[in-house]
Write a protein that binds this ligand. Structure first.
Ligand SMILES: Cc1cc2nc3c(=O)[nH]c(=O)nc-3n(C[C@H](O)[C@H](O)[C@H](O)COP(=O)(O)OP(=O)(O)OC[C@H]3O[C@@H](n4cnc5c(N)ncnc54)[C@H](O)[C@@H]3O)c2cc1C
Length: 394
């Protein structure tokens, strides 16, 4: 029996409809159902099949390397907004993981951002100083001090690294489905393979037209990831999204455990970590493409070669392992930062839209949006994520 199908009637009345069954939508369904809010989540494919199922599972907190070259005012904005959010995000995962019915392989063993040049190292020092100023534990290790904690790094190429103890990893294939199961057990209804085609004002709120019937509800949450722009447009709202980022991932065969950290590069596109089964998961923002024949994300040979070249340069041991799988997935192009909360000119319509490291931030985003829907005390000051900061409203 596929959950959701048996309980479908042609018309449903509910309080909240969530559009999107990725990490954000599923975590929000769980937050609301736990508070006894009547909620229906609607997903056009199966759950966890888009960015949330195709991501690298890194728990990011440090300012990212591509942000290190921004001018001063933008650094400050990122620190004030995103880094604080990511700090809260890791705490949220640590609270959530023990409540789930499987081990989601959450490991917070620290992250290293490696430098190969003195210029990169100087920027890491500056970054760590700024991060410490807002309460994020962060320092820079050099030479022997670094190789003592990360003996797997290449002594030929790496000269130092920024260390952030609260970074880590989690298994995306396990986490979102486990949260969805918890949501269903708490009373949420989840309708898979049910695309939302239109949303219009109704007597008591909204009428959500799906491919399989109509849902009347008081409130709607847009957690549609790359589809968020289309969902917003259904109610006359413009969300400033850039084109989706189509990204590439690699996985090696399993080997004995030798990497504890989430590793990133200060100047090149690289992230890697070792999963609980021993495989190395290698990514870092290498481009993939949309295959014109299928309309689906597809990997390119150039990204396989480039990503593995830099990974092997930083961790020579990788050269002995075989690549067993590659894949590509699309992330929402939220270039202006996360868009969270109720739209002031459109009562009852909420956004829960996150690009960047949205898997790390998924549960805290859900918590922030749930605060607004339930009227409970805010768990996080999220004024800087309101849609009104990037546009004038609907
Ligand atoms: C290759 C890759 C690697 C990444 N690595 C990391 C990482 O290591 N760490 C990290 O923190 N983040 C990472 N990210 C980012 C992260 O995966 C995303 O930001 C996050 O998963 C977004 O979650 P979401 O729930 O908003 O979106 P999604 O998971 O995309 O979910 C949105 C859902 O909405 C559904 N939907 C859309 N339109 C409709 C409609 N009309 N009707 C019904 N349903 C609809 C979609 O089918 C989809 O299932 C990565 C992303 C990619 C692509």
């Amino acid at each position: 029996m596929v959950p959701g199908y048996d309980r479908w009637t042609k018309e449903i009345d509910t309080d909240v409809v969530i559009v999107g069954g990725g990490i954000v939508g599923c975590a929000l369904a769980y937050e609301l159902a736990r508070e006894d809010v009547e909620v229906v989540l609607v997903e056009r494919h199966d759950l966890n099949t888009q960015a949330s199922g195709g991501n690298a599972g890194s728990l990011h907190v440090q300012i990212m390397s591509f942000q290190m070259t921004l001018e001063d005012a933008r650094w400050q904005r990122i620190i004030d907004g995103n880094v604080r959010l990511y700090m809260a995000a890791v705490r949220t995962w640590q609270e959530l993981a023990p409540e789930l019915d499987v081990d989601v392989e959450l490991h917070v063993e620290g992250g290293l951002m490696v430098a190969e040049t003195h210029d990169q190292l100087e920027r890491l020092e500056l970054k760590a100083t700024r991060e410490r100023a807002i309460g994020l534990e962060s320092d820079v290790l050099r030479g022997a001090e670094l190789f003592a904690v990360a003996p797997y790094l290449s002594e030929r190429h790496v000269i130092g690294a920024a260390r952030c103890p609260i970074e880590g990893r989690i298994n995306p294939a396990l986490a979102t489905p486990a949260i969805a199961r918890s949501a269903e057990r708490a009373g949420a209804r989840i309708l898979r393979h049910t695309a939302v085609g239109a949303i219009s004002p109704g007597n008591r709120g909204f009428e959500v037209e799906t491919a399989r019937g109509r849902i009347r509800c008081k409130r709607v949450v847009n957690a549609a990831g790359c589809g968020a722009g289309e969902i917003a447009a259904m109610v006359g709202l413009h969300i400033p999204l850039a084109a989706p980022e189509v990204l590439h991932m690699n996985v090696t065969e399993p080997t004995c455990h030798f990497v504890d950290h989430l590793v990133q590069h200060a100047g090149m596109r690289l992230t890697f970590k070792q999963a609980s089964n021993g495989s190395l998961i290698i990514g870092g923002g290498w481009d993939a493409v949309i295959d014109p024949a299928t309309g689906l994300p597809a990997v390119t040979r150039a990204s396989v070669q480039g990503n593995l070249w830099i990974a092997q340069r930083i961790v020579p041991e990788l050269g002995h392992l075989r690549l067993v799988r590659t894949w590509a997935a699309a992330n929402a192009g939220v270039s202006s930062g996360p868009i969270l909360g109720e739209v002031s000119g459109l009562p009852g319509f909420f956004n829960a839209v996150f690009g960047d490291a949205g898997f790390t931030a998924g549960p805290i985003c859900a918590r922030i949006v749930a605060d607004g829907l339930t009227g409970r005390a805010p768990s996080f000051d999220h004024a800087s994520f309101a849609i009104e900061r990037v546009q004038a409203g609907p």
